[in-house]
Design a protein around this ligand. Structure first.
Ligand code: F6P
Length: 339
């Protein structure tokens, strides 16, 4: 508290925003570049200077900073990956690492920071803002779409389409050989990518961490559906499913049914690359501009989200602590249609 002219106590005014930092952190996601472009240009349009922090929190600790002009973000809207690079920093998890990061921000006279990433990235921002009063606004960027408070995270739509394209191809060979394919998709502890890609590909079974009952569906499909119809099948497996990954589940099925022709396909990091879809580009652009609006409005420790296409502000502590629920209705639909 300070005293104002009238001798009354007043809260000190935050320093006027002049320079912002922007960085990407955690796993990359298609559309992060579109967000970097939108943030940079919206900031420049508002007469703010922009500093790109390279390699996530690790680059912040090391002062790996570049100044960004409009032309620096030209031609990146349609590219995958992140031009600022990304990292998962162990050093930032330590108080010493965070102190170094804060000192670097101070030295570069960065007044506020836009962080593009997932829950680990926002947890880091929350801790730093509590320890050193740094103004952070977050943009959700992860193919997992697992953040509470937003319908979409940047990269999810592109990853979903990548999975669908890959599984369509796997289906061709599965049908030709009469095989069951266990296809493992990313998502960490979340099953959204597996659920929606499974629906989009007409998978026979979808195994996700949010629901157990699909394991019965798998047994039923193998003992009745598959054997009777002597046809092929796609079992989508979320990497976070409780029964283990696709390899483990397929191994068990092989043991129980040695007569079946079973194959496993782990899609892996192909899901994180590629040109962002139109939807990811539009979402990233809307969220990037909204992040600058929020900073200018003196907002801090919030994530920009999309709720029914409308921009919303979600406090970091809610976004990281609560789960994005899945649409269980989709599982019912899948069961209904697999007759
Ligand atoms: O969070 C994105 C994600 O791709 C998850 O789906 C996956 O579990 C994880 O990152 C893989 O991380 P890394 O690329 O560090 O192995």
């Amino acid at each position: 508290m300070t005293m104002n002219d009238t001798g009354m106590e007043s809260t000190p005014k935050r320093k006027k925003l002049q320079k912002i930092g922007i960085f990407t952190s955690g796993g990359d996601a298609p559309g992060m570049n579109a967000a970097i472009r939108a943030v940079t240009r919206a900031a420049l349009a508002n007469k703010l200077k922009v500093v790109g922090i390279r390699r996530g929190y690790q680059g912040m600790i090391e002062g790996d900073f570049i100044s960004l002009k409009s032309s620096d973000v030209s031609g990146i809207l349609q590219t995958g990956g992140t031009m600022l690079k990304t990292a998962r920093s162990a050093e930032f998890r330590t108080p010493e690492g965070r102190e170094k990061a804060y000192q670097q921000l101070k030295k570069a006279e960065i007044d506020a920071v836009v962080v593009i990433g997932g829950d680990g990235s926002f947890t880091g921002a929350l801790v730093l803002s509590q320890e050193y009063d740094v103004q952070f606004v977050g943009i959700p960027g992860t193919i997992d779409n697992d953040m509470y408070g937003t319908d979409y995270t940047i990269g999810y739509d592109t990853a979903l389409n990548t999975v669908v394209e890959a599984v369509d191809k796997i289906k061709d060979t599965a049908r030709s050989h009469g095989r069951i394919f266990f296809v493992e998709v990313m998502g960490r502890e979340a099953g959204l990518l597996a659920l929606n890609s499974g629906i989009a590909c007409g998978a026979e079974v979808i195994l996700i961490p949010e629901s157990n009952e699909q394991h019965d569906a798998l047994k039923k499909f193998i003992s009745k559906g598959y054997k009777n119809k002597e046809t092929s099948g796609i079992v989508m497996v979320a990497e976070g499913d409780e029964a283990g990954g696709a390899l483990k589940i397929a191994e068990q099925v092989r043991k129980d049914h040695p007569d079946l022709d079973v194959r496993v396909s782990i899609l892996g990091h192909i899901q994180r690359g590629g040109r962002p879809t139109a939807r990811d580009r539009v979402n990233a652009t809307k969220m990037g501009v909204a992040a600058i609006d929020a900073l200018l409005d003196d907002q801090k420790s919030i994530m920009i989200g999309l709720d029914n296409e409308k921009i919303v502000h979600v406090p970091f502590n809610k976004a990281v602590k609560m789960n994005h629920s899945i649409d269980t209705n989709l599982l019912d639909i899948q069961k209904l249609l697999n007759i």
